[in-house]
Write a protein that binds this ligand. Sequence first.
Ligand SMILES: [Zn+2]
Length: 361
Amino acid sequence: MNAVAPGPVYTLMVAVGVLTDEARQRTVPLGQRDPPDRRRRLQRRSAHEHGNHRDPANNLSRPPSRTSTERHVRMSLTVHTLELGRAAADSTFFVRHRVPGTLVSAPVHGYLILGGDAPIVVDTGFRNDDVMARVGLHPELRDENSMEAQLDRYGVSIDEVGMVIQTHLHVDHAGHIDKFPTTTPVVVNRAEMEFAASGLQGLGYAPEDLKHMIDRTHAPDAVRWLDLELTGPVSVAPGVRCEHAGGHTDGSLVVYVDTEHGPAAICGDILYDIEDQVITGLMQNGFLEPQVSNNFSGSLRGETAAIKKVLNNATFVLPGHDIGAKVENGQVIGRVEGLTVPGPVIALPSPGASREVSLNS
Ligand SMILES: [Zn+2]
């Protein structure tokens, strides 16, 4: 667990108690935008974000400094899968209308975005077996699934990560936020935190994770709150923007990442199983009508639309518990092979082929 820096009230009390002539000269003039502490933090962060890190996918090191124009022109982001464990549940948990009674194991993915100013992590997996067992999920967590080990595969350390984005805060996605120092901002849609704290989904949100988020909320600059339902999409880094998902949980967001082959949508759990929900469209009759999961907080129509939205706005769809897909004109045309996007894709025999089989069998 990371120690949380003293809150503003504590800092103010200390400042008042020991105000010396030297300290008075350092006090912030009225109306100045950033107090010195905040400026120092931002400067530290900026310096940190410009540090080198290795990118094993390209075997390249970033140059130490570039102008913003150069950075924009050269921006070519890659998305790498973090294998943060596995979780098993009854088949019907993942996809509506599946026949119950079979335990299905699914991967737990986080993602690492490289090629920008600093590495960005999206989702952090689950913290231990216990939190998963509480909600009836059967976990599988090995040493190599730790956040440290997964980042190390790409030559990145926890301290080098410039930002963490949470698609949502469920127990299998928010488990290692507390491994990141409070100097690393965590991007969360505010509606997700409100929903998590509401108790509507009980232990689907681990109290350990939520308590850390409360602590983090009171640490300076440790959380970047989004209000995506009201603001629309928000760019959080060059080539990286967050958009309200409209599915799975009240505050879920989708992270769109600009790659040289088109946008990749890291879509959390609005989609569990691409084969049964999108390619086959299990028990659906309408053309290209996706099937929903059995784990959502809103309406059936909203859940369906959330899936369609990413299919229509991305070239790559990267869910939290399945391998990714390549998409064209709202249809899946291939599955991602390997852990990196852009990267090799295995083409489907023909778009909609599986669906025809399904409907005729
Ligand atoms: Zn999940």
